[in-house]
Design a protein around this ligand. Sequence first.
Ligand SMILES: N[C@@H](CCC(=O)N[C@@H](CS)C(=O)NCC(=O)O)C(=O)O
Length: 203
Amino acid sequence: MKLYDGGRAPNPRRTRIFLAEKNIQLPMEQVDLGAMQHRSPAYAAVNPLMRVPALVLDDGMVITESIAICRYFEALHPDPPLFGRGALQIAQIEMWNRRLELHFLFPVSHVFRNSHPAMKEMEVPQVPAWAEANKPRILDFLEIVNRELENNRFITGDAFTIADITGLVAVDFMNPAKLSVPDDLAHVRRWHAELSARPSAAA
Ligand SMILES: N[C@@H](CCC(=O)N[C@@H](CS)C(=O)NCC(=O)O)C(=O)O
């Protein structure tokens, strides 16, 4: 089994944090996105979408998509449960993970990819107006997250889950996108500080 990893990029990091929370160690191969290694024919043979992460199983089967890889390991190692247990909890965690992806991580990624000079080669064409259009949407969504965290330690309640991992990675990804959590969103800041202090955040 081997995990193709992508350094500081947010989606591979989601998988690494998840594995660290589960205390799972895997052989990893670094794919250097800056050197465009993920566009090489060798990596395209692993993942035709030319994105990281990708997990290759011992029989050669490939799983891509950070969350699909996490779900694979959740099924193999159910403790601690990071996708929830029971119909309601599983649905709530899925809901928040999707919300945090669609309304936070992806928009931050659009800002970074469409405005940062280092992304010129990867995001073709770069559309600066799309970067600008996403900025207010991120702030509007963070207001909702802030309200949710008013009475919750983690985004779905008392337990740390995959949704918190997506949130942590998205807040950290604001930095290279030249964005930041506004000072008045105190609950988001408190949440981010607690998530950052977990040992898995270093993954
Ligand atoms: N939905 C995929 C997204 C994978 C993805 O876009 N990965 C980025 C790094 S965070 C990548 O490989 N980018 C390379 C490129 O855009 O050319 C997942 O969750 O794994």
